[in-house]
Design a protein around this ligand. Structure first.
Ligand code: GLN
Length: 423
């Protein structure tokens, strides 16, 4: 097979101990710090950046016996849904030639789908694990906010993002989650709950008595072929003893807007550190600080990153803060409440992961709005801090379709149980 461009850097980081992942190879997304191995975030800004320390998750991989085989391609700083905004060129989708692998963790999903790595780590701010898993026909888990340490992750929108596993099967994704999850003194947002539970032990495929909610808001409007594959999978779960209920999530209509206001606002503040002095390409200081700052950012950042910094800065500026950022926070609280209410009646909520099949290469690049709208089913989960899994459930016109299951906070075991029934 021709090179998919799934990796920005291929370099082995050997394991330090024998453990549950001995003999397994893991690809790591290039926004997760690796000591001595460059970590670019898919950006020219960090093309030569070599971190002096390992992220907690990388430390845990090595202790668990895994061999890290390289750093995977991604949308620049995680901003995208196709992996095309990478400064290192796009990644091909091994499951759908000529199509994007999804994003922003497209390199990680492509590496797993093509067998270039047994397992991979991605990050999910608004769908970046689940989208590429769905588009490449593999499994991805976005953990509950606070289950996995973000120490060593280069921040895009820190109130929304989590590191999580991408794997060929639900059981293998659960095994990787077991290794990376659990509290960390170096990330104060990690929580005791759920800790290093036995997730893989839950992969028994038993859905007898499971109550599944389907919200029309997350199904209507999706591509017909996607909906067909989704419905067939839900019917299959029903035939194995699950019960399907309709639930209502009216707030999700506001989720894409709220997500992008919050994500861009956080990004504009997080990315202020790339000034060519502490980090990033040098703007060549010649006496004028503003000019050198602007020159560094002009050269270092791509178009999508610049767009988001501008919009985020605007949303936070005096006079507009209440109109945009504060309102988005209200919408976020509403989305949380809606899911809380749904979980009074059901154990999981099911939907198509992506409302569309994988885009053709180049199709969405000039049309950011279409790209943002493709995140309609994934971003509500990050707004609500909840866990979700994407599992492959067949194809439409030969293109992979993923089904998303969402559970209450720290109930990843139920996701693994129900997800394993679909495989
Ligand atoms: N597509 C979304 C965005 O561009 C999600 C990205 C992500 O989860 N990192 O922000």
């Amino acid at each position: 097979m021709a090179d998919l461009n799934a990796f920005v850097t291929r370099e082995e980081i050997p394991s330090t101990e024998e453990g549950p992942l001995s003999g397994r190879t893991v690809a790591v997304k290039d926004n997760i710090s690796t000591e001595g191995v460059r970590t670019t975030c898919g950006s020219n800004m960090l093309a030569d950046y070599v971190p002096p320390y390992d992220a907690t998750v990388v430390e845990r991989l090595r202790e668990a016996g895994a061999t890290v085989v390289g750093k995977t391609n991604m949308d620049e700083f995680g901003m995208g849904t196709t992996t095309e905004t990478s400064a290192f060129g796009p990644t091909e989708n091994p499951a759908a030639p000529g199509r994007v692998p999804g994003g922003s963790s497209g390199g990680s999903a492509a590496a797993v789908a093509s067998g270039e790595a047994d397992l991979a780590l991605g990050t999910d701010t608004g769908g970046s694990i689940r989208c590429p898993a769905a588009f490449c026909g593999v499994v991805g888990i976005k953990p509950t906010y606070g289950l996995v340490s973000r120490y060593g992750l280069v921040a895009y929108a820190n109130s929304l993002e989590q590191i999580g596993p991408i794997a060929p099967t639900v059981e293998e994704a659960a095994e990787l989650l077991e290794v990376i999850s659990g509290p960390d003194d170096r990330d104060a947002t990690t929580r005791e709950e759920g800790g290093r539970a036995d997730y893989s032990g839950a992969a028994d495929g038993d859905v007898d008595g499971l109550d599944i909610g389907v919200a029309p808001e997350l199904v209507e409007g999706a591509d017909e072929g996607v909906v067909e594959a989704f419905r067939a999978a839900v019917d299959d779960l029903e035939s194995r003893g699950a019960t399907v209920h309709e639930v209502s999530l009216p707030s999700v209509e506001t989720a894409v807007q709220a997500y992008y206001v919050i994500a861009m606002s956080e990004a504009s503040s997080n990315l202020a550190r790339f000034d060519g002095v502490r980090y990033g390409v040098s703007g060549g200081y010649d006496g004028d600080w503003n000019e050198s700052f602007a020159a560094s950012r002009e050269e270092g950042f791509g178009a999508e990153v610049k767009r988001r910094i501008l919009l985020g800065t605007y949303a936070l500026s005096a006079g507009y803060h209440d109109r945009y950022y504060a309102k988005a926070q209200d919408a976020r609280a509403w989305v949380k409440r809606d899911f809380d209410e749904a979980f009074e009646d059901v154990d999981v909520v099911a939907s198509p992961t992506m409302p569309v099949p994988p885009f053709e290469m180049g199709e969405s690049l000039d049309d950011p709005l279409t790209m943002y709208l493709a995140d309609a089913n994934t971003v509500p989960i990050n707004l609500a801090d909840l866990p979700a899994i994407s599992v492959p459930v067949g194809e439409t016109d030969g293109l992979p379709v993923g089904l998303q299951l969402v559970a209450p906070a720290f109930d990843e075991r139920t996701l693994v149980r129900a997800g394993s029934a679909l495989a």
